[in-house]
Design a protein around this ligand. Structure first.
Ligand SMILES: Cc1ncc(C[n+]2csc(CCOP(=O)(O)OP(=O)(O)O)c2C)c(N)n1
Length: 660
């Protein structure tokens, strides 16, 4: 290793050590152990331009082991990204860009939010899929506009997580040869050595997934890492796992190689000893030698030149293929063509009962004609969730032009892959499964929400009306769960028209994810449903007089029986209004005056009906109101029977209304 390489690597190590020390919290072990391999990747291979962090054809680098955030921040700072020394010194402090774990959109160059182990790995699989899909769409002879690698840095924790297995298995199947994982194989996690819980042959596991596996015994030897990455790039068909043996906390005389250095500051004394051990000035903090500054300035110029070359390529491409340039703009801008909302086919439903999942499938086919960059699929449930885009093929190793991804029975990876597709840019991802299996992918939904990514989650079979499959397949608490996630919009339409409105909303939303909640069972087309559904809640069946005795507020499949109960109540002289609450989030976002119009404060008698736990409806029901919901799991029986036995039917709505 050359002197400047060694100095640069030590700079990365000590920026991390000093930042963690100053913050009195953080994870110094990973940056100290992994600095050399990260240095090799970033200086010899990574295609990026610090002055244009959103360059579409940059290589992606995902730090799946997000606790090692200071490794990434050090690199970003040294390469001249807009991440000042002040920010490094404010690591983990209020208002800084250097959050404890890397957070998307805080610091430039952070490709995704990581911290929950394994999520970043699956995000990276999504990014690698996006690269292949977009390359197939846009590249032309002599114009490799989309041609980049996706690198992911993972630790033992990521390798233990199930989501990584799911995502790696799919990546192997799809032959994502431009996905390269550097595995920081240091045999240490929080509780000690990995052999207390993790003794499998990870390399063999990945080989079985269809990956190329390369082993490096000494992770501090930059030249070995260089050779391995070069070899990985040569392999076109298989993703590559580079298993790099490193020493956690390298350089710390008393702590290296132990769990002590994983997630706690070294301590003043040990910092001094470590600096001494590695020949670093003991009296300096946040020190960057002049030679290192110059070295990185040179590398930065090299990076910039790559981007400038691409700019020329892109300009020529736009000249030669103006129609493709236009398409590029429309794919990457996220704009929805104006004509889409006007297409009459969106609202064409026969006047007969139709499950909202089927209505959704119908609507999606129209949307995809306007938005051919939609991409997604289901976790092996397309025949049930109806999310297959019929006019588009399957994305497979021999067809990168396909828009339908067969995720297999891998909900968790699917969730995080959708975020990866979205983070990459250029595509509009969606993914579907049964609502009850939200549990299998919740962590990924949470992160999409935290990052405010416009990912679309489609959840069908949305209540106990699923029926015979029984309580294991009947979601109860899932709606409350979803609605408790900040930034997520949850929409539960009541019929075909409301389903179309819901899709229009989610497809236009750019600043956060959405969950569409759809029925398995057929629902009648409601005479007064309409685009007011976009307001979240609206009067779908008005009271029959000037007086208003009661408001029934229902969502999805519970709107129709509420209207049935209304008819009976009104026939008996009561004046009852039905509000379809498609989305509480959207309704809450309306003006106070509109909300007052729909739910006048003076009307205290309110009945909320939803086949789910009532949690969260209290403010809408109000102190004088009541919620008809479910307090317990469902049961195995035909759907209508379970609904009736559990009181989700017109008869019970009528009875409870009378009581009120
Ligand atoms: C899903 C999840 N579970 C638990 C944690 C808490 N956690 C953070 S780091 C870590 C151990 C990771 O070990 P490794 O990947 O080997 O990192 P290293 O010790 O090399 O820094 C754990 C359990 C987490 N961040 N995410």
């Amino acid at each position: 290793m050359s002197a400047i390489e060694e100095q640069s690597i030590n700079t990365i190590r000590f920026l991390a050590v000093d930042a963690v020390e100053k913050a009195s919290s953080g994870h110094p072990g990973l940056p100290m152990g992994g600095a050399a391999m990260a240095y090799a990747l970033w200086t010899q291979f990574l295609k990026h331009d610090p002055s244009t962090p959103d360059w579409p054809d940059r290589d992606r680098f995902v730090l799946s082991a997000g606790h090692g955030s200071m490794l990434l921040y050090s690199l970003l700072h040294l390469f001249g990204y807009d991440l000042s020394m002040e920010e490094i010194k404010n690591f983990r402090q209020w208002g800084s860009k250097t959050a404890g774990h890397p957070e998307y959109s805080h610091a430039p160059g952070v490709e995704t939010t990581t911290g929950p182990l394994g999520q970043g790995f699956a995000n990276a699989v999504g990014m690698a899929i996006a690269e292949q899909r977009l390359a197939a769409e846009f590249n032309r002879e002599g114009y490799p506009l989309v041609d980049h690698y996706t690198y992911v840095y993972a630790g033992d924790g990521c390798m233990m997580e199930g989501i990584t297995s799911e995502a790696a298995s799919l990546a192997g199947h799809l032959k994502l040869g431009k996905l390269i994982c550097l595995y920081d194989d240091n045999d240490i996690t929080i509780d000690g050595r990995t052999d207390i819980a993790f003794t499998e042959d990870t390399g063999k596991r990945f080989e079985a997934y269809g990956w190329q596996v390369i082993k490096i015994e000494e992770g501090n030897r930059v030249e070995l890492v260089n050779e391995a990455i070069a070899e990985a790039k040569e392999e076109e068909d298989r993703p590559t796992l580079i298993m790099v043996k490193t020493i956690i906390g390298y350089g710390s005389p008393n702590k290296q190689g132990t769990a002590d250095v994983h997630g706690a500051p070294l301590g003043e004394e040990e910092v001094v000893k470590t600096k001494k051990q590695l020949g670093w000035p003991e009296d300096k903090e946040f020190y960057i030698p002049e030679a290192v500054k110059l070295h990185f300035a040179g590398l930065r110029e090299k990076s910039k030149a790559q981007k400038e070359e691409w700019d020329v390529l892109f300009k020529d491409y736009c000249r030669e293929y103006p129609e493709m340039a236009e398409q590029w703009d429309s794919w990457f801008s996220g704009q929805v063509p104006d004509q889409l909302a006007e297409d009459p086919r969106l609202l064409q439903f026969d006047d007969k009962p139709l499950a909202t999942r089927a209505a959704s499938g119908q609507v999606m086919q129209v949307l995809a004609e306007y938005l051919p960059n939609m991409i997604g699929g289901s976790a092996d449930l397309n025949s049930s969730t109806k999310t297959r885009l019929k006019a588009f093929g399957d994305f497979q190793s021999d067809n990168r032009s396909g828009s339908n991804i067969n995720f297999g029975v891998r909900e968790h990876a699917m969730g995080a892959i959708l975020s990866g597709l979205c983070l990459h840019g250029g595509l509009r991802p969606f993914g579907s499964t049964f609502l009850v299996f939200l549990d299998y992918m919740k962590a990924a939904v949470r992160l999409a929400s935290l990052m405010q990514l416009p990912v679309i989650f489609v959840y069908t079979h949305d209540s106990v009306a699923v029926g015979e499959d029984g309580p294991t397949h009947q979601p109860i608490e899932h709606l409350a769960n979803l609605r408790s996630i900040p930034h997520l919009h949850v929409l539960r339409p009541a019929d075909g028209v409301e389903t179309a409105a819901a899709w229009l909303h989610v497809i236009q939303r750019r600043c956060g994810p959405s969950a569409l909640i759809l029925s398995r069972q057929k629902l009648p087309q409601l005479p007064n449903s309409g685009m007011d559904a976009l307001k979240g809640g609206y009067i779908i069946s008005a009271e029959n007089g000037d007086r208003l005795d009661l408001i029934i507020i229902a969502s999805g499949s519970e709107v129709a029986p509420s209207i049935e109960a209304q008819e009976k109540l009104q026939a008996e002289g009561r004046s009852v209004r039905i509000v379809s609450m498609v989305s509480r989030e959207l309704f809450r976002a309306q003006k106070e005056s509109y909300r007052e119009e729909v739910l006048p404060a003076a009307v205290k008698k309110r009945l909320v009906v939803e086949a789910a736990v009532p949690m969260g409806w209290e403010d809408i029901a109000g102190p004088g109101g009541k919620v008809i919901g479910l307090e317990d799991f469902g049961a195995s029986a035909p759907g209508e029977v379970v609904m009736e036995k559990r009181g989700i039917c017109a008869e019970n709505i009528y009875k409870q209304a009378l009581k009120l």
